[in-house]
Design a protein around this ligand. Structure first.
Ligand code: ADP
Length: 327
């Protein structure tokens, strides 16, 4: 029989993602609904190590569902990588009587949670919060939809100027070593080519295809590049293209951190609310070391250890669609 949780802590860790606030709100309010005491841990694992932990009430999370970023702040914490740091964190939680944790973050944060809950008797539930969508066991990660919509809006604007000047634009989007933002935003904006880390790119083929489009006077040429692609991101790709096609007016645009900010989309708010609620239910049911995810519209619980080991796959059909639609 699992111990009954009475006091839970919630934290946001690693890279921030729009919709994290909606998840925090859902955890706090669901916890309170079930009679739990809820604590907010500031700046990810740093707050656990440094004892920066505050009681949360229903009103603490008022007016945040629509806000990007995270009211709990987020950080990367070197001390938590060491056993001594994790021991300090555990002592702080123990002193407050916290007996369950909800971690909203990416695969690094889940790795930390997995190690921590193996060492100490505190169940950890992960909520996938990352714009990169690089976690297996869920169709959605909080923040991806907002980030990709921001990218689409920006690339649409670039298309207007590319069209006006007959320019070739190389556009770099975020995603670390995952190509989802590039794939989705590239297809949704009609990019000619999409370069992602999950697929090898034939540079010769890319150059001759761009030459061919130039010869056919295709109105707009846009290449969307994931920051983690094999060539090293947009600036490297732009340099290669400029070298090979010196007569083509080629411009580079790196979208950067605008993709992390902004008000979360309806989808991100919905999945954050559903996952936050489910994470508390998991703790009450005595689950531990799992990530809550949504697969085929149903809640899915994946061991943290498994969630960090595999990534969502990109099907070959998507790559075929890109090629056919850009012709
Ligand atoms: P994300 O969660 O966005 O992938 P990071 O990879 O930076 O972000 O991880 C966030 C934090 O999780 C790290 O700063 C560290 O404190 C903790 N962490 C990551 N990997 C481990 C690990 N193997 N052991 C312990 N803690 C870890």
């Amino acid at each position: 029989m699992a111990k009954k949780v009475t006091k839970i802590g919630v934290l946001t860790s690693g890279g921030d993602a729009p919709g994290m606030n909606a998840a925090v709100r859902a955890v706090v309010r669901t916890g309170i609904y079930y009679g739990l005491e809820v604590y907010g841990i500031m700046r990810g694992y740093t707050g656990m190590v440094e004892n920066d932990i505050i009681p949360m009430h229903s009103r603490s999370v008022a007016n945040i569902i629509q806000r990007g970023g995270t009211i709990l702040k987020t950080a990367r914490c070197k001390e938590f990588l060491q056993k001594e740091g994790r021991q300090k964190a555990y002592n702080n939680l123990k002193d407050l009587g916290i007996d369950g944790l909800v971690i909203i973050g990416g695969d690094g944060s889940f790795r930390g949670a997995d190690v921590f809950s193996r060492e100490f008797d505190i169940p950890c539930i992960g909520i996938p919060g990352t714009i990169d969508k690089d976690i297996a066991g869920t169709d959605f990660t909080i923040g991806f939809d907002t980030a990709v919509n921001t990218a689409v809006e920006s690339i649409d604007k670039i298309r207007d100027t590319a069209d006006a000047h007959d320019r070739l634009f190389i556009i770099e989007v975020m995603g670390r070593d995952a190509g989802y933002i590039a794939l989705h935003s590239g297809i949704a904006t009609g990019a000619e080519h999409i370069l992602i880390p999950e697929r090898k790119t034939d540079m010769e083929e890319l150059i001759s295809s761009l030459q061919e489009k130039e010869r056919r006077k295709k109105l707009v040429n846009m290449v969307v590049v994931a920051e983690g692609d094999e060539f090293g991101g947009g600036d490297q790709v732009a340099a290669l293209v400029k070298e090979r096609l010196p007569n083509v007016d080629t411009r580079l645009c790196i979208l950067g951190h605008i993709q992390r900010g902004g008000s979360p989309t309806c989808l991100d708010r919905l999945i954050a609310s559903r996952m936050g609620y489910s994470a508390v239910e998991c703790l009450l049911e005595g689950r531990h070391n799992v990530m809550v995810g949504i697969l085929n519209n149903r809640m899915q619980y994946t061991l943290l250890e498994k969630a960090v080991k595999s990534k969502q796959k990109i099907s070959d059909e998507w790559m075929k669609i890109v090629k056919i639609l850009a012709s």
